[in-house]
Design a protein around this ligand. Sequence first.
Ligand code: AMP
Length: 250
Amino acid sequence: MKILVAVKRAVDYNVKVRVKADYSGVETANVKMSMNPFDEIAVEEAIRLQEAGKVREIVAVSIGVSACQETLRTALAMGADRGILVEENEIELQPLAVAKILKSIVEREQPNLVILGKQSIDDDANQTGQMLAALLSWPQGTFASKVELGDYSVNVTREIDGGLETLTLNLPAVITTDLRLNEPRFVKLPNIMKAKKKVLEILKSTDLGVDITPRLMTLKVQEPPKRQAGIKVDTVAALVDKLHREAQVI
Ligand code: AMP
């Protein structure tokens, strides 16, 4: 069994994002970048399935600028076996373009399972996994909080509004990870050294013959308006009175 894991280079989750001076997007120059946290969970899940003896090979894929090699090296240090970078330094990559590129990598690698994060913490799109499954006509289990892999199918417990739901998907399938699926391991120094020797293949997006032209245009990116400070009231009666008055204003 082979698993493909998609790992995106995104602004580190500890960084307070800033809008660019010309409002064209989020500032990424001189900003710490890391693996998208949901993708760390995806890599961890693939490794756990491999440790359970169910998986022969884990291939990590990243799409973007050449610095995505660092993200792939992190995935390799965690335990992925091989990395593929689809390099694209010019065009802004939108979820549909990423899904199309992943589809062409899937056709090349023929994995039994693809695991992605449920969303990137930079664009918060939550689209790529669903689009990939649709393009491949494969079943999808999104927002997974538990994964049980069989020989021909996989049970995915999903976090949905009403609670949890469990689906059985025939393989091959696409899964996207939710926060509670697992806690990713810390990367140990010896494994960072070992990862340097693992194979990292670099392809150009133009080699794949996929149309990645952006379909959406960003007009302006702005900070949300500052929230006004709240007030404290001394008694419940004062609170009820205030709520009544505010309701009348509305
Ligand atoms: P999104 O639809 O942008 O919220 O992303 C959902 C998931 O798709 C991410 O958590 C990644 O697993 C994958 N993904 C999105 N963009 C990329 C990328 N440029 N390279 C690799 N994986 C990506």
